[in-house]
Design a protein around this ligand. Structure first.
Ligand code: FAD
Ligand code: NAG
Ligand code: NAG
Length: 538
């Protein structure tokens, strides 16, 4: 066993040396792998070459399973100080769509899944009841964070819809869900981080300490450092959830109500919902079938009897958390709130379930899709932040226009309050107080139906982006994907200069997260004569 590992490690290092002309002292790397494992196992490399999107592939030279933050720092230091450099990409759970965690000719650090030897994360989650926070490993899955904090009756405040994502991965984007209107995105709920910069330095940062690095890394698309530890704010965990869906056929009434509900963020918790999302129902098939997934037979409604505007319906999805102490008043609180809304009166669907089951709801859907072979398929997802002032034009042009009557997957739509987003972080949002997330979460299938193909859906995404440009709707991509620096500069707008400056400070050789395609590594760019030195601050 030990010999096999040694051979494997030696092979990995030889391959690194051969392929990138790495001239670091091999013993340095050998020392590095004493704790974790540097693997060239084909199945490891294959996993790191792919992601949830299944639309792009790039094979790394090796995969590091770190056993500690020091492992991460050691590898990045080696990459930074090697004369030719090699790239290093942290990979959370690989749930990106467009190869953002991949790298060619470099090393992928597999942050989730723990070290191969122990199977445990490099750093166990530690809860502080007094401080109401948890310290987690950067590669920890949110589902595991939740399990750890629940032992203390506590839970994080701001979520994503799906929990099999890593802390470092969502904090590199924003981390949003129906709680964001109230608590802000996940990046607004972090006290402190440990980060390995592109120079291989392991630094602790917060609003008070190394604040420039802290703000850069949050929403930073992995460009400035690798998050090895995050200190996340907690609250007492709710016990149960009342989960409600109501329907609209009138889009203005729908958005008016959503905007009203998120305007209640400053109210006492008894006078607002805890979660506000929504989705669009365009699909004929869905209109007939969608009840089965959520709505029980004892809760029937004739959806086809609802007179929908041009075949499109809108579903508002809201929840209210409660426990023993509020169980008596929750019905009344919900009733009072619903009374202020303008949905189709016969369309109220209610479910009651444990808080954890609500948070973990998408995993149930995942298991069903996996059983049908519908999970490991291409996902040409498109996520957009749409300014409130243009959401109605977006509805006309996209939901009632471009999409036709087949959507090939859920379409989420919900508004958020911009003042819950820290403007000094790296994330980019539209320039309005309220903006909507529109998430087109579609699956490409080879069913013989032309409208389900990857090509069709990809074309439609392009058409949607083009429509926004032509109509002057200033959307921002969430989980952005661009391939040229001009597009990235446009995406960041007046935040580009700061983004660029931070990059030069924290990852001057541009070796981190090259799969985002924002910067090319300095050695590669100079040898190919592209990118790199032509970068400019506009
Ligand atoms: C089924 C599903 C549901 C989703 N639901 C939501 C949702 O409700 N809300 C939401 O906001 N997002 C959602 N997402 C998107 C999710 O936030 C992104 O996929 C995100 O990238 C996190 O995934 P990951 O942890 O696998 O990171 P990866 O995809 O592996 O990595 C993402 C990027 O971050 C970098 N990175 C990874 N780890 C680190 C680290 N420790 N330090 C620094 N950089 C790092 C990578 O290099 C890469 O560039 C969903 C995705 C899926 C597949
Ligand atoms: C749709 O809702 C808006 C806002 O509540 C309202 O002004 C409008 O009259 C409604 N339209 C129809 C056709 O009911
Ligand atoms: C759906 O769209 C297709 C093609 O655009 C059309 O042929 C079909 O009649 C539509 N179906 C419904 C129910 O509108």
């Amino acid at each position: 066993m030990a010999t096999t590992k040694l051979v494997l490690i030696t092979f990995a290092i030889c391959r690194l040396i051969l392929t990138v002309g790495l001239t670091v002292d091999p013993t340095e790397l050998l020392r590095l792998v004493v704790d974790g494992q540097l693997s060239v196992d084909p199945s490891d490399v294959d996993t790191a070459s792919k992601d949830f999107g299944l639309m792009s592939r790039a094979a790394p030279l090796a995969v590091l399973h770190p056993a500690s933050a020091q492992d991460v720092a050691g590898l990045v230091r080696a990459a930074y100080s090697s004369p030719h450099g090699f790239t290093v990409s942290a990979r959370g759970h690989g749930h990106s769509i467009n190869g953002q965690a991949q790298t060619n000719n470099g090393v992928v650090i597999q942050m989730s899944g723990g070290s191969l030897r122990s199977g445990r994360p490099a750093q166990a989650a530690r809860v502080s009841e007094k401080g109401m926070y948890v310290d987690t490993w950067g590669g920890e899955l949110w589902i595991d964070v939740l399990r750890s904090t629940l032992e203390y009756g506590l839970a994080p405040k701001s979520w994503t819809d799906y929990l099999y994502l890593t802390v470092g991965g969502t904090l590199s984007n924003a981390g949003i869900s129906g709680q964001a209107f109230n608590y802000g995105p996940q990046i607004s709920n972090v006290h402190e981080l440990d980060v390995v910069t592109g120079k291989g330095q392991l630094l602790t940062c917060s609003e008070e300490q190394n604040s420039e690095l802290f703000q850069a890394v949050l929403g930073g698309l992995g460009q400035f450092g690798i998050i090895t530890r995050a200190r996340i704010a907690l609250e007492p965990s709710p016990k149960r959830v009342r989960w409600i869906r109501v329907l609209y056929s009138n889009f203005s009434a729908f958005t008016k109500d959503q905007e009203f509900l998120i305007s209640l963020h400053g109210q006492p918790s008894s006078q607002k919902f805890d979660y506000v999302e929504g989705f669009v129902i365009v699909d004929e098939g869905l209109i007939n079938n969608w009840r089965s997934s959520f709505f029980s037979a004892s809760n029937p409604v004739k959806i086809t009897s609802i007179d929908s505007e041009g075949g499109v319906l809108y579903c508002l999805e809201i929840t209210k958390n409660y426990d023993e102490s509020t169980a008596d008043t929750i019905d009344k609180e919900i009733e009072d709130l619903l009374e202020k809304l303008d949905f189709v009166p016969t369309s109220v669907f209610t479910t009651d379930l444990p808080y954890v089951d609500f948070l973990d709801r998408v995993h149930k859907a995942e298991l069903k899709l996996r059983a049908k072979g519908l999970w490991d398929v291409p996902h040409p997802w498109l996520n957009l932040f749409v300014p409130k002032s243009r959401i109605s034009d977006f509805n006309e042009g996209v939901f009632k226009g471009i999409l036709g009557n087949k959507t090939s997957g859920p379409i989420l739509i919900y508004p958020m309050n911009k003042d819950k987003w820290d403007q000094s972080s790296s994330v980019v949002t539209p320039d309005e107080d309220i903006f909507y997330l529109v998430a087109l979460l579609r699956t490409a299938l080879d069913t013989g139906d032309e409208t389900h193909t990857l090509e069709h859906l990809t074309n439609q995404n392009r058409q949607i982006l083009r429509f926004c440009v032509d109509a002057g709707i200033e959307v921002k991509q969430y989980l952005p994907h661009y391939t040229t620096q001009e597009e990235w500069m446009d995406h960041f707008g007046d935040k580009w200069a700061r983004f660029y400056k931070r990059k030069m400070e924290f990852d001057p050789r541009r070796i981190l997260a090259t799969g985002q395609r924002i910067f090319s590594p300095s050695s590669v760019s100079s040898s190919l004569g592209v990118g790199g030195d032509k970068l400019s601050i506009s």
